[in-house]
Design a protein around this ligand. Structure first.
Ligand code: FAD
Length: 450
């Protein structure tokens, strides 16, 4: 059977937060046509598979797409639930993208292969009926799946489990029934934090919760974010010439917080909590810091640095997926292709929208790439410096290109860059650039592994 053929200017692979923000901004800034292809049945990427009680951990007013606000409370700063996020993306897909008449949406389709060229030819295969759609791409193939988020429901745990031992993915926490006597939470990332907070909010006594946390991580303090002009605050880091000192200063400023006052975190993965949530988390005292889990059997847990026994009646909740993978950076713009990556660490939505805006501007790819250097997501504590330094550097870089700066200042997504509008003042621009250079310098000079 001859496959159906469609011809578009852009093929966007992935309808997660990245693909949606890119498609929406390109639609608004150009007259081009697009096909958006995704394996899932609905737009929203990993949100379609996340645990039911997940919420945004950053405010709703900086998440989503450029053209429409995500429903929120009057402050704009509430944290949308999974259902709200999915409903939002569903409406954007139907009412904005498809309704424009310029976007073809193919859910439940896998991009099987792409032949580069002018035009490029891709094949999208239906995961339901197996039919293939041939997609002729006149301009670019946009990979909006490169960031590659993994949530626990997408993979098996990376450790062995003896048959019969109750280890369940976090998605099933709401379905356990029978009020287990004890819980062991495995993983100290955003998902592990969420699972602990959810149990505490359900009234589970903290003594019934054991938390396996391979590494303590610095947490972004949501209660502080946006409170004060960030680049002015960061200016005070000029006096701090080692990574450890600079991190101590960030803590002193209240930008980042630690879960346990007695433990210096060695990781940073952009997880964000409010001071109220932090207070709750500190109620859990049984925290196991013995590295990663290797095996769980009926006696207990075998970890990298030893073994802990498990009392009967314990249910293990697996929260160990690495939601924030680190991919090697590559040029965003290349011949016939765009690889969407974070330009601001951890902030996929504004990053993808900026990339779309750059594509719509009359620039060459060398200039576009100079304005869009990828910023890998953080892992170690020292990456806190590049997290804040990159934000300052991007403020400086983007405010020097009026066509981008003016658009970004008018975009709802720019709320993620707290001080953007202040960059119209050359002194402020210079201050942002200086702090970025200082933090970069500290990182280069001080290569201790914190
Ligand atoms: C629990 C959790 C909470 C988070 N909260 C926030 C937050 O509050 N604020 C924030 O800024 N960030 C947050 N993040 C960070 C997160 O990275 C982004 O929010 C974002 O959802 C990532 O979207 P994405 O489109 O890059 O990836 P994904 O959601 O993984 O989407 C990629 C899509 O590509 C599709 N795809 C891949 N390959 C193919 C193929 N060959 N053919 C067809 N389709 C394909 C997949 O089906 C998928 O739908 C959170 C992350 C997690 C895990």
């Amino acid at each position: 059977m001859t496959p159906e053929t469609i011809t578009v200017d852009y093929l966007i692979i992935g309808a997660g937060a990245t693909g949606m923000a890119f498609a929406d901004a390109l639609l608004g800034e150009s007259g081009h046509t697009m096909a958006v292809v995704d394996r899932h049945h609905a737009p929203g990427g990993h949100w379609t598979m996340s645990y039911p009680f997940v919420r945004l951990h950053g405010p709703s007013n900086v998440y989503g797409v450029h053209s429409r606000a995500m429903p929120s409370d009057s402050t704009g700063a509430s944290l949308a639930s999974r259902n709200e996020v999915l409903d939002y993306y569903d409406r954007i897909m139907r009412d904005v993208l498809v309704a424009s008449g310029r976007v073809t949406y193919l859910p439940m389709h896998d991009i099987a292969d792409v032949h580069a060229g002018r035009p490029a030819i891709a094949r999208a295969r239906s995961l339901v009926n197996g039919a293939t759609t041939r997609i002729v791409v006149r301009k670019r193939v946009v990979d909006a799946s490169y960031v590659n988020v993994t949530v626990p429901a997408m993979k098996r745990p990376g450790y062995d489990v003896e048959d019969g031992v109750p280890v369940v993915p976090v998605n099933q926490l709401v379905e356990l029934g029978g009020a287990p006597e004890r819980f062991t939470i495995i993983g100290a990332g955003k998902t592990g934090l969420d699972a602990c907070l959810w149990l505490l909010n359900q009234g589970v006594d903290p003594d019934r919760i054991r938390w396996i946390a391979p590494r303590d991580a610095w947490l972004v303090n949501r209660s502080h974010e946006g409170a004060v002009s960030q680049f002015r605050e960061l200016t005070s880091l000029h006096g701090h010439d080692s990574v450890g000192d600079a991190i101590a200063a960030l803590e002193e400023l209240g930008l980042v917080i630690r879960r346990d006052p007695a433990v210096t975190p060695s990781a940073f993965r952009c997880a964000t909590v409010s001071s109220t949530e932090l207070e709750q988390l500190r109620r859990i005292e049984n925290v196991v810091r013995m590295g990663r889990v290797r095996r769980i059997d009926s006696a207990g847990v075998v970890l990298e640095a030893g073994t802990v026994a498990t009392p009967p009646g314990t249910v293990y909740i697996d929260c160990s997926a690495d939601g924030l993978t680190q991919k090697p950076p590559r040029p965003v713009f290349s011949d016939g292709a765009i690889t969407v990556q974070t330009l601001l660490p951890c902030l996929v939505a504004p990053s993808a929208a900026v990339i779309a805006k750059l594509e719509a501007l009359d620039l060459d790819d060398t200039t576009r790439n100079a304005l869009a250097p990828p910023a890998p997501n953080p892992r170690a504590a020292r990456d806190l410096l590049s997290f804040y330094g990159t934000r300052m550097e991007r403020l400086h870089r983007w405010s020097g290109t009026p066509a981008l700066f003016d658009w970004l200042c008018g975009s709802r997504l720019s709320a993620a860059l707290f001080d953007l509008h202040e960059m119209a003042d050359p002194d402020n621009r210079a201050a942002a650039s200086a702090i970025a250079a200082h933090l970069d310098d500290v990182l280069k000079r001080d290569d201790v592994t914190v």
